[in-house]
Design a protein around this ligand. Structure first.
Ligand SMILES: *Cc1c(COP(=O)(O)O)cnc(C)c1O
Length: 355
């Protein structure tokens, strides 16, 4: 349980399940941020940024990595770096890149999205094959496929190693590139009990967030081969993401990677306990098998309340979640949620559902 600031007002004892982006930097992060050696990163001279980029590349088994401001910037730069304006990109209709990144791939990349159904949390090779166009004077060239792991909108579902390998095989056979929006790829790896490199090695590039469950205050990583990252570095500059003494924030990213990955399993265990507790409440249904990682989708249709009403009632009881639809909520478990909080959330849901 933590004290939170909402619209500048301190709210004592709120259990905030809106997102894992609400995690505060750890004491150790603040310490290393204060003492980080820094330089001008646009000149490649910030030793802490360089250290983070080397560490991040190694962690995901890639030649090189780039520190970027956000996951949105990392995905945008990845799509720009893999394509040319006018190309078609195959991605999920429920993907974050398509739905929640302000249409950057169209506005800035001049790219045409070709959507496939990823409601189940993944994209299968057959879907890519079906979406591919022949070589025809009427058609745009297709150059890129994007996969999201874990998959946010489906409730944090994961694509396993075999699924990624099969997709990569088809994509590469057709001469296309595969980008992974791995905002929470460490959650996926921990949930699957595999090394993250097993999930990232088959793809040409991967973006992951330091700022979500890993608790860094700012920043994401885009990784790939050396040539890709060199191109991405130029595009980062184009979109205004060339930072100077960025080691101050990169230092927290180093701690995120060194100290915060293994503890994600605690979030998953609590998410599971929360899911089990909620599933016994009449009218409340945790949507099928969606507590593999730290994101729960909760259907509250059976309570007769709208999602908006349910959220307002939960707020009164000190619990914050987001609406996902008219009848569904999203709850994300993270470092500031302890066992007691899980009990409080279950009790709050019981109370609201019984009204
Ligand atoms: C959060 C998120 C992003 C974007 O990250 P920001 O740092 O918020 O821009 C991208 N993809 C997925 C799947 C996410 O959950």
């Amino acid at each position: 349980m933590r004290d939170y600031y909402i619209n500048g007002r301190q709210v004592v004892g709120m259990v905030d399940l809106r997102s894992d982006t609400f995690t505060q930097p750890t004491a150790r992060m603040r310490e290393v941020m204060a003492n980080a050696p820094v330089g001008d990163d646009v000149f490649g001279e910030d030793p802490t940024v360089n250290r983070l980029e080397e560490l991040a590349a190694r962690k995901v088994g890639k030649e090189a990595a780039l520190f970027v401001v956000s996951g949105t910037m990392g995905n945008l730069i990845a799509t720009l770096s893999h394509t040319r304006p006018g190309d078609e990109v195959i991605l999920g209709a429920h993907s974050h890149i398509y739905g929640y990144e302000v249409g950057g791939l169209a506005r800035i990349g001049g790219l045409m999205p070709r959507l496939v159904d990823d409601a189940a949390g993944t994209i299968r090779p057959e879907q890519v094959l079906a979406a591919l166009r022949d070589d025809n004077i009427h058609y745009p060239p297709t150059s890129l496929v994007c996969i999201e792991n874990s998959h946010n909108m489906s409730g944090g579902r994961v694509t396993d190693v075999a699924g990624i390998q099969a997709l990569a095989a088809v994509v590469h056979e057709r001469g296309l590139r595969l980008h992974m929006d791995g905002a929470r790829v460490f959650n996926a790896a921990v949930a699957l009990g595999v090394e993250v490199t097993e999930l990232t090695q088959p793809v040409d590039s991967v973006m992951f967030c330091l700022s979500k469950g890993l608790s860094a205050p700012v920043g994401s990583i885009l990784a790939g081969d050396g040539e890709f990252v060199a191109r991405a570095r130029k595009f980062r500059k184009i979109v205004g993401g060339g930072m100077r003494q960025a080691g101050v924030i990169a230092a927290a990213g180093v701690i995120a990677l060194e100290e915060m990955v293994n503890r994600l399993k605690e979030d998953h265990a609590r998410a599971q306990r929360l899911a089990e507790g909620l599933s016994h409440i009449p009218g409340v249904q945790v949507m099928d098998s969606n507590y593999q990682t730290n994101i729960l989708l909760i259907d509250i249709k059976g309570t007769g309340l709208t999602a908006g009403q349910f959220v307002t009632e939960l707020n009164e009881l000190g619990v914050r979640v987001l609406t996902r639809s008219e009848t569904a909520l999203r709850a994300v478990v993270h470092r500031h949620i302890d066992d007691e909080d899980v009990d409080q959330v279950i009790a709050a849901f019981e109370k609201v559902a019984a009204v």
